[in-house]
Design a protein around this ligand. Structure first.
Ligand code: MLT
Length: 410
C-alpha cells in the first residue's frame, strides 16, 4: 500500500496566494467586465533591465554555438555569479562572505523550504506572526508541527507576534528554540529590523546554539542607511545564520528565477550525539543531490544586475516600486487609514478600516472597487485586522488603486 505523508493532511485549505487567485477568478468570471487591479501577491510588473536582457541574449547565442555551448553547470552556481554576489552584494558593504559560501538557486521560496531537509525533525521552530506562509507550511510538511489549532496556528511552533502594539519587533522567545525565521525587510508588514534588534537575535542564537534563517529577499528596498542589509553585518552573525537573497523583486526575476543562499563556513549544528557538524557541507550535499543548477542564461542575466549599467537599472526599478509604495502609503493615510511599512519595503501594511476582519475587507474591496490585496490573517492569527497592499504594479494602476481605495473609505 502506498502511504502518503500524513503531515500534508494537517495543512489548512490552500496556500494563501492560490486561495486569493481562486476568489479573484470566481469574481472575474461572474463580472467579466470588471477592471480588477491586483495588489495582492508581490509579483513584479515592469520589464527586465536592458543590461540583463542583453546579457541573457548573449548567453543564449553562446548556447547556439558548438564552441561555446554549455551543458550541466556547477550545481552551486557558476563562479562568475558567485563571485559577483560575494563582491557586490557583500564585500561592497564591508561584509565578509566568500564566493564558495554562496549557493545559487531558483528562488528563495524554494530555498527557505528546502533548507529544512538538513535539519532534524525535533528542532523547535520559531516564526513571527504574521509570517510568510512558506516557513510555516514547509515545517508542517516535514513533520515539525502538530495539528492546526482553531486559531489557525499549529501546535508545536513557537509564534512571535509582530503587531503595532510591539512596534513590529518580535520579543525573544520565552522558551528555548532551535531554528528562528526572520525576514527583513519584512514580508508581509513592510517593517525593518534595526541593528539593535538583529544584534539581540544573534546574541540569542549564540547563547542558545540556535540557527537563524534570515530571509533578506527585500534588502534592496532599504532606504534608511542605518538599517542592516545582511545579518552578517552583525558581529557573530556568521556563526549563527543562513541568509537568503533573491533577484526576484529587485531585478524583476519572479518569472526568470534566480536567488542565492549563503551558508558561512563558521556555521555548525549538532548531531544527535552532540557532535558539531558543518552546515555548509550538509547543504552542499543536499543541493548537489537534488538540484542541477540554474540555467546559464539566467545566471548571466543575474551577473549583469551587478554591472555598472545593470546596477543603475536595477536601482531605478527598485526606486520605481518604492515610489509606488509611497503613493499607496500617503494616499491611504490621507483618508485616515493607519499604514505601516512601505518606506524600506515594497509592502504597505494597513489597519482595516473600522476594525473589519481581514477577509471581509478583502471581499469588500474586490466587490465594490475591484481591488485585490492580501488579508493580514492569511499570514497568521496576529495579522487579523490588517491588510497588505503590494507596490508591485504599473504607476497608472497604483494611482487608480489609490483613487478607488479613497472612494471606498474616504
Ligand atoms: C508575496 O506576495 O508575499 C510574495 O510574492 C511571495 C513570494 O515571493 O513567494
Amino acid at each position: 500500500m502506498a502511504k502518503v505523508n500524513d503531515h500534508f493532511l494537517k495543512l489548512q485549505a490552500g496556500y494563501l496566494f492560490p486561495e486569493i487567485g481562486r476568489r479573484v477568478a470566481a469574481f472575474t468570471e461572474a463580472h467579466p467586465d470588471a477592471d480588477v487591479i491586483r495588489l495582492g501577491i508581490g509579483d513584479v510588473t515592469e520589464p527586465l533591465p536592458a543590461a540583463i536582457i542583453e546579457a541573457m541574449h548573449g548567453a543564449v547565442d553562446e548556447m547556439a554555438n558548438r564552441d561555446t555551448f554549455r551543458g550541466y553547470g556547477p550545481e552551486q552556481g557558476y563562479p562568475f555569479l558567485r563571485e559577483a554576489v560575494a563582491r557586490e552584494a557583500f564585500a561592497a558593504r564591508g561584509v565578509d562572505v566568500s564566493a564558495d559560501e554562496i549557493f545559487i538557486s531558483d528562488g528563495s521560496k524554494c530555498d527557505t523550504g528546502n533548507i529544512l531537509d538538513i535539519f532534524g525533525a525535533d528542532n523547535i521552530v520559531a516564526v513571527t506572526d504574521p509570517v510568510y506562509p512558506v516557513y510555516v507550511d514547509t515545517n508542517v510538511m516535514t513533520g515539525r508541527t502538530g495539528q492546526a489549532l482553531e486559531s489557525g496556528r499549529y501546535d508545536g511552533l513557537v509564534y512571535l507576534p509582530v503587531t503595532a502594539e510591539n512596534n513590529f519587533v518580535p520579543a525573544l522567545p520565552e522558551q528555548p528554540v532551535d531554528l528562528i525565521y526572520l525576514c527583513y525587510p519584512n514580508n508581509p508588514t513592510g517593517t525593518v529590523a534595526s541593528r539593535e534588534t538583529l544584534t539581540e537575535w544573534v546574541e540569542y542564537a549564540r547563547a542558545h546554539d540556535a540557527i537563524i534563517l534570515f530571509d533578506a529577499a527585500y534588502e534592496a528596498f532599504i532606504t534608511d542607511p542605518e538599517i542592516p542589509h545582511s545579518i552578517y553585518e552583525i558581529e557573530g552573525g556568521r556563526e549563527v545564520a543562513i541568509e537568503f537573497r533573491s533577484f526576484s523583486k529587485n531585478a524583476g526575476f519572479t518569472g526568470i528565477r534566480c536567488a542565492c543562499t549563503v551558508i558561512p563556513r563558521d556555521l555548525t549544528g549538532s548531531d544527535s550525539a552532540g557532535n558539531r557538524v558543518d552546515i555548509h557541507r550538509l547543504w552542499n550535499r543536499r543541493h548537489s543531490t537534488k538540484f542541477n543548477g540554474v540555467s546559464y542564461p539566467v545566471q548571466r542575466g543575474a551577473e549583469a544586475a551587478f554591472g555598472d549599467e545593470g546596477r543603475e537599472q536595477v536601482q531605478s526599478l527598485v526606486s520605481f516600486y518604492l515610489e509606488n509604495a509611497r503613493l499607496i502609503r500617503e494616499g491611504l493615510e490621507a483618508v485616515g487609514i493607519t499604514v505601516y511599512g512601505g518606506v524600506n519595503a515594497p509592502y504597505a501594511w494597513l489597519k482595516t478600516p473600522g476594525g473589519i476582519d481581514s477577509w471581509s475587507f478583502f471581499d469588500q474591496l474586490l466587490e465594490t472597487v475591484h481591488l485585490v490585496g492580501t488579508p493580514g490573517s492569511g499570514f497568521g492569527a496576529a495579522g487579523e485586522g490588517y491588510f497588505r497592499l503590494s507596490a508591485f504594479n504599473s504607476r497608472a494602476n497604483v494611482e487608480e488603486a489609490v483613487r478607488r481605495f479613497q472612494q471606498l473609505v474616504g
